[in-house]
Design a protein around this ligand. Structure first.
Ligand SMILES: Cc1ncc(COP(=O)(O)O)c(C=O)c1O
Length: 410
């Protein structure tokens, strides 16, 4: 499908055939759970399978590592509108966050401003760093599951080293205003670091537009990549503020790799300034040699870009406009902000009250059978991606209304 052909008519029936061919793993499902895990396009699974098949036939099969790194960085740079050198492959969001956080040159008196609605991946590494480095964590409290930028602004000052925040919040689906956040951070010399796993692949992120120190995102949600894949971006403008806590042999400048190693082997002198780590994100690049996942994610991103991320975002917007209308008509309470600038792919909602316990949530999930949406903290979380249709939303809502009519939400 070319860029211009992604239908904006969410009721287009021909589109379903295209979806079934390209996403065989959801062929028999109403899949509204890309906030948990999205299906991979056939093009990506085929590329991964090719590597395994070659290896299965002959152990001497060589992998063109440089090409794999190059393709990954080029696709990532196209996705994020950044330079390829600003990107590193990571195996998860958590790994990207940890690599970034542990590379910051912390000093006494620094603080980290952290929202209490963040996913644990964007809390635990910072808590650990705060304990180890003796830096303060300033907590911003959400109200009704939502975060107010004004409340963030009150906590950030000239000692705030990092503001780590999800671009799209996992539970509420709230999409943060990065322009505003980046202004606040610029005023105080603070590094804005984004957990972008609930955003990349669903919304257009153009890193040229704002001052963002870095971002991390696992590849297996909206990017439709494999588990064990992800992307870390470190902005050129901020790289001198960071020093990698872990390096591999590929992190050293090329000219130095051999000379340093042979001096160690031959017992030559080792002086401090002998170790020159490359000054871009490739210093972080080579920790996991996960070539198969890298190829999978690269192909998924290539596939999404060939359709057009802006078009994908538009279609998701239309699907969610429709879903919001139907939720409202049917007496559901929506948690996600209704205005399109403050939402992305996730819509969180509940029926009159949140479900009181997990047992009830498990029962409803079972009743929904092949309709997949997530139930979290007593609320439903629908995550319509560009492959979903109006029919998917109608079927999911009818099933939820049927559960309610049978008294299953009480
Ligand atoms: C906002 C957010 N960050 C991080 C994660 C988990 O990331 P990973 O498993 O890639 O470390 C999730 C998963 O749901 C998430 O929603």
């Amino acid at each position: 499908m070319s860029k211009s052909r992604l239908p904006m008519d969410i009721g287009d029936q021909n589109y379903r055939r295209w979806v079934r061919n390209n996403f065989p793993s959801i062929r028999n499902l109403v899949y509204l759970a890309s906030s948990g895990r999205a299906p991979m396009p056939a093009q990506a699974t085929a590329a991964m399978k090719t590597i395994f098949e070659k290896e299965a036939k002959d152990v001497r099969t060589s992998i063109d590592e440089e090409k794999i790194f190059r393709d990954f960085s080029q696709q990532g740079a196209g996705l994020l509108c950044c330079k390829p050198e600003e990107l590193a492959f990571v195996t998860s969001t958590t790994m990207g966050i940890s690599l970034f956080g542990n590379a910051v040159k912390w000093k006494k008196g620094d603080n980290i401003v952290l929202c209490d609605v963040e996913y644990p991946s964007n809390i635990f590494p910072w808590v650990w760093i705060s304990k180890r480095e003796g830096v303060e964590i300033r907590k911003v409290k959400g109200k009704g599951g939502l975060i107010s930028i004004k409340d963030i602004e009150k906590k950030v000052d000239d000692s705030t080293k990092v503001l780590p925040i999800s671009l799209v919040q996992f539970a509420s689906g709230q999409r943060m205003d990065i322009g505003h956040l980046s202004e606040i951070c610029s005023d105080h010399g603070t590094m804005l670091f984004l957990d972008a796993i609930q955003a990349l692949g669903a919304v257009k992120v153009d890193l040229r537009k704002n001052d963002i120190a870095g971002l991390a995102a696992g590849g297996y949600k909206w990017l439709c990549g494999p588990i064990g894949s992800g992307i870390l971006q470190i902005s050129d403008a901020w790289k001198d503020e960071l020093e990698p806590a872990m390096i591999s042999w590929l992190s050293l400048e090329k000219s130095q790799r051999k000379s340093l190693w042979s001096r160690i082997v031959t017992g030559g002198p080792l002086i401090d300034d002998d170790v020159n780590v490359v000054r871009d994100a490739s210093a972080f690049s080579s920790l996991p040699e996960c070539f198969v996942q890298m190829v999978g994610l690269t192909e998924s991103v290539r596939f999404l870009r060939s359709i057009g991320i802006t078009q994908i975002e538009k279609r998701i917007g239309k699907l969610n406009d429709y879903m919001l209308e139907r939720l409202d008509e049917n007496d559901f309470e929506t948690i996600t902000p209704a205005d399109s600038g403050h939402r992305a792919g996730i819509l969180a909602f509940y029926s009159r009250e949140r479900m009181p316990n997990k047992k009830m949530a498990d029962r409803i999930s079972k009743e929904l059978k092949n309709i997949k949406l997530v139930i979290r903290s007593g609320a439903f979380r629908s995550a319509a991606h560009f492959f979903n249709t109006k029919e998917d939303i109608d079927r999911a809502l009818s099933a939820l209304i049927a559960c309610r009519n049978r008294g299953l939400f009480r």
